[in-house]
Design a protein around this ligand. Structure first.
Ligand code: ZN
Length: 363
């Protein structure tokens, strides 16, 4: 937790691309690429917009809840009315966490998502893949105490020293087509423990801010594909197209701000319940992916972070049940009881605590 006060909690997550990631700008044509991806306007560095993360997270959190509860309203998945009679409920975990619009009422989201921005970007070099970053990116991600490279030079992690070639007192390394001189130093960055990221941290190279965007943009994946006419199943005429993507192995960072529901007159809710809903969604990015072209093996993203422990969630749920009992909201209590009975077998480590809550609140 980065910040925690009565108004909101701020949590930072990291994410590793398990596939190339393509979040398109909507298909207009720039140069040789037909399907370009979203970029930061100031730097030209590709990113995944917060709205994309939020949209996927909502759908996946809905799927998770549906699996556990089974009778959740389908219009809560979108949060918008489809017709007079087909409306989101406005009172479930999904509506409260991600906001909703109904005929007579609407509410903003309690969870606010930042863009997912690139932290470490993989580049092929003569010593194998390295992951580049730069001082600006590290500072934005809240990292401190890292060495800063001189103009047009790199600083490689000390672990890479034995692999590098020396020339005139400096090491040299190519980043795609660009060759730079540089030095080695100990680079320590603070990330949550994760097996997948361990190897990446050993192969970090810091490049100057001015070169980061250039190296990233010249090392994106560009692929050519053909469009199939969905009606005939044959190749469309003139249907050869190219698209770009952020490569597999890229590491991103993103923040989620969790606003305190009590400040929105949602007294039965608490922040932990909002965090749990979002994190259930984020955990499914690893399997269901973000962005376009999912059917072409794109978009799976493993989110890494200090997720809310399950016992903290159960405590938060118990607090909600106590408030619901005081207000005699028996149908809501019943719904939570059904949910707890459904998930009991999935969480064998917590079965005693779950049964304790069931005995206390459920009939
Ligand atoms: Zn709902």
């Amino acid at each position: 937790m980065l910040e925690d006060n009565g108004i909101y909690k701020l949590k930072r997550y990291f994410a590793l691309a398990l596939d190339p990631i393509h979040v398109g700008t909507g298909g207009y044509r720039i140069g040789r690429v037909d399907n370009t991806i979203v970029r930061e306007p100031a730097t030209g560095i590709p990113k995944i917009p917060g709205t994309t993360i939020e949209g996927c997270c909502r759908s996946y959190a809905y799927l998770k809840l549906k699996e556990d509860v089974k009778n959740i309203n389908i219009h809560c998945a979108k949060g918008k009315p489809k017709s007079e009679t087909e409306q989101p409920c406005g009172s479930c975990e999904i509506c409260i966490t991600f906001g909703y619009t109904k005929r007579d009422k609407s509410m903003q989201a309690l969870a606010l998502f930042s863009d997912a921005r690139i932290l470490f970007f993989p580049v092929a070099t003569m010593i194998g893949p390295v992951w580049i970053t730069c001082p600006m990116v590290l500072k934005d991600a809240g990292m401190m105490n890292f060495p800063e490279p001189s103009d047009n030079e790199f600083i490689a992690n000390k672990n890479l020293e034995r692999l590098l070639t020396e020339e005139g007192g400096k090491y040299i390394l190519n980043f795609g087509w660009l060759i730079l001189k540089g030095n080695v130093e100990e680079i320590n960055v603070n990330l949550p423990k994760s097996e997948e990221i361990e190897n990446i941290l050993n192969r970090i190279v810091i490049v100057p801010d001015e070169l980061f965007s250039t190296i990233v943009n010249s090392n994106l994946e560009v692929r050519t594909s053909i469009a199939i006419d969905p009606e005939t199943g044959t190749v469309e005429e003139g249907a050869l197209f190219t698209y770009e993507a952020i490569p597999r192995g890229t590491v991103f960072w993103l923040d989620v701000i969790y606003q305190n529901p009590k400040n929105f007159q949602l007294n039965e809710w608490n922040t932990e319940l909002i965090i749990k809903t979002v994190e259930d969604g984020l955990k499914l990015f690893e399997f269901l992916g973000v962005g376009g072209m999912g059917s072409r093996g794109f978009g799976r993203l493993k989110v890494i972070g200090e997720f809310l422990p399950f016992d903290k969630y159960l405590e938060a749920l118990e607090k909600r049940l106590e408030i619901l009992r005081k207000k005699h909201k028996n149908d809501k209590i019943q719904a939570i009881c059904n949910y707890l009975k459904n998930i009991k077998s999935e969480y064998t480590n917590w079965i005693e605590k779950i049964e304790e809550i069931i005995n206390k609140f459920c009939r």
